[in-house]
Ligand binder design. Structure first.
Ligand SMILES: Cc1cc2nc3c(=O)[nH]c(=O)nc-3n(C[C@H](O)[C@H](O)[C@H](O)COP(=O)(O)OP(=O)(O)OC[C@H]3O[C@@H](n4cnc5c(N)ncnc54)[C@H](O)[C@@H]3O)c2cc1C
Length: 487
């Protein structure tokens, strides 16, 4: 440790890794940063991971206060198949999945057996109506493709839906059916974590969805985080405030003034942190990078997890509440189906999720209980509840990225492009349109690590000297199949 003045700023202590190995600082201890750190550690680099929170996992947050795991951030594996980059880890750790929807689907493609909808007064909506409106919604979405083809300029998905309804009176819905249509829009908004008037018509259906449907991680996502973190030099409560990118070295300074010097750094903080300029870059980020950061959307989603003393709801996966606007619709994930525990998770996305954050925990729980009591007059009070605030949490400032209306085609490429010794990982830079997912964030971390590794080895002329050590096999045992219930 030593003191130093750098560009007029006093750096209280500097840590120079006492190592002849190439050194990399990874910023952010979510799945992307951990994947990057793991890959470089296994390739014999000296790695230090700096994480602002007092825990690892970032937007993966498996809480145990109910006495069993409940995921307050990511909970689904999108793409229950061997091609999923997380499959070897999940198999190796023997983690169980509970599949909630089928092959090549997005989550708002519902498996019609799996949910029940209610109106605001708590009356059950006939399943036939739910099915018919669901079919109409699919046809409306198909028709929006024609709208897209006709317009060179982008518009929102909602605007396109209105154009379709204008042209096709037979697809318009009235009364209760209109409210059911709003509920389908609400579910679509949950996938993007943004309101339909913000989502780009040009891009919304361009993502590559992995096969195998969607599986809830029955034991939570946490075991994957723990496995990746093993033996890594991790510094919790280290909030990075400044990154100075020199020709041969990078200096990363945390809030208390401690500086870390390395050959390169990998930045995996959420897009919300970059948007809010919470990290000072020296030299400043080039305008094309700043534009990429602002051109992408960063959505909001929150969960209210409620533990009850007994199950008083039907044996379905989702309980939905319809309303005259998608904003006012809502739904509960029934964790009892997947885990056997009496837990309902209320999920809110977009503007509604932001508004929920303004309520106290108690008011948020009361709001949810009012809905439940209408649906189930015999509902008991929750034993415990947990309320998330991903949008105002200074470590995330949102939940995941999405394509804003008018997003330039190359925004993701610019966001992921390295700058000298700085490499960018994290969910938002993921390739093949896997943004917003855990597996996308994981792959983005691996990709950033590989690019960083190549860059350093080339610069230091190390190619022949440093042998890459294959990853240690204990968590990558591919001999077991994925363990899936509800096929
Ligand atoms: C409510 C919710 C539900 C979701 N559901 C799913 C789902 O079901 N399936 C799915 O695949 N994906 C889901 N996602 C998305 C998924 O969680 C993310 O895409 C993924 O976890 C992002 O990982 P990451 O490593 O890129 O970012 P993060 O996990 O956010 O990691 C970044 C880390 O950087 C840290 N950090 C921030 N600022 C600083 C700083 N200045 N210095 C140091 N460290 C800093 C943060 O604390 C954080 O730990 C969900 C997300 C949310 C919020």
């Amino acid at each position: 440790m030593e003191n130093l003045i750098e560009n007029g700023t006093f750096i209280s202590q500097v840590e120079r890794p006492n190592s002849s190995l190439p050194t990399v600082i990874v910023i952010g201890g979510g799945i992307s940063g951990l994947a990057a750190a793991r890959r470089l550690h296994d390739a014999s680099f000296k790695v230090i991971l700096l994480e602002s929170r007092d825990r690892l996992g970032g937007r993966i947050h498996t809480d145990h206060s109910f006495g069993y795991p409940v995921d307050l951030g990511a909970s689904w594996l999108h793409g229950v198949c061997n091609e999923n980059p997380l499959a070897p880890l999940i198999r190796g750790l023997g983690l169980k999945l509970y599949r909630t929807s089928g092959d090549n689907s997005v989550l708002y493609d519902h498996d019609l057996e799996s949910y029940t909808l209610f109106d605001k007064e708590g009356h059950k909506i006939p399943q036939q109506m739910v099915i018919e409106v669901g079919d109409a919604f699919k046809r409306i979405l198909d028709e929006t493709e024609k709208v897209r083809d006709e317009h060179t300029d982008d518009m929102s998905v909602l605007q396109a839906i209105w154009i379709v309804l204008d042209r096709h009176p037979e697809l318009r819905q009235e009364g209760l059916a209109y409210e059911v249509l709003q509920w389908y829009i609400c579910r679509m908004e949950a996938w993007f974590a943004a309101d339909a008037d913000m989502i780009s018509l040009k891009s919304w259906d361009q993502e590559q969805v992995l096969s195998g449907g969607h599986g809830l991680m029955v034991q939570g996502y946490d075991p994957i985080i723990k496995a990746l973190a093993k033996d890594i030099d991790i510094r919790l409560n280290h909030r990075v405030a400044k990154i100075s990118n020199g020709p041969n070295k990078v200096m990363v300074t945390v809030e208390d003034g401690t500086g870390f010097i390395a050959d390169a750094a990998i930045i995996t903080v959420p897009l919300g942190i970059l948007k809010a300029n919470l990290i000072h870059f020296e030299p400043k980020l080039p305008q094309w990078k700043v534009d990429a950061i602002s051109d992408l959307g960063f959505g909001s989603e929150n969960k209210i997890a409620m533990q009850f003393d007994r199950v008083f709801w039907p044996d379905v996966e989702l309980l939905g509440v319809v309303a005259p606007t998608s904003y006012a619709c809502g739904y509960f994930l029934n964790l009892h189906k997947a885990t056997g525990h009496p837990v309902l998770v209320y999920m809110a996305a977009g503007r509604f999720a932001c508004d929920l954050e303004k309520l106290s925990d108690e008011s948020a729980a009361n709001f949810v209980m009012l809905q439940l009591k209408k649906m189930f007059p015999n509902a008991t009070e929750p034993v415990q509840y947990l309320v998330t605030r991903w949008g105002t949490d200074p470590n995330s400032l949102g939940c995941y990225s999405y394509d804003l209306v008018g997003k330039p085609g190359d925004s993701y490429e610019r966001l992921r492009a390295p700058l000298g010794n700085l490499f960018f990982g994290g969910e938002a830079v993921s390739m093949e349109d896997h943004q917003g997912s855990v597996h996308g964030a994981y792959s983005a971390g691996i990709m950033a690590a590989e690019n960083c590794q190549g860059h350093i080895l080339e610069r230091l002329g190390y190619f022949d000297k440093l042998q890459l050590v294959p990853s240690r096999g204990e968590i990558h045992d591919a001999a077991f199949p994925l363990q899936i219930s509800r096929m």
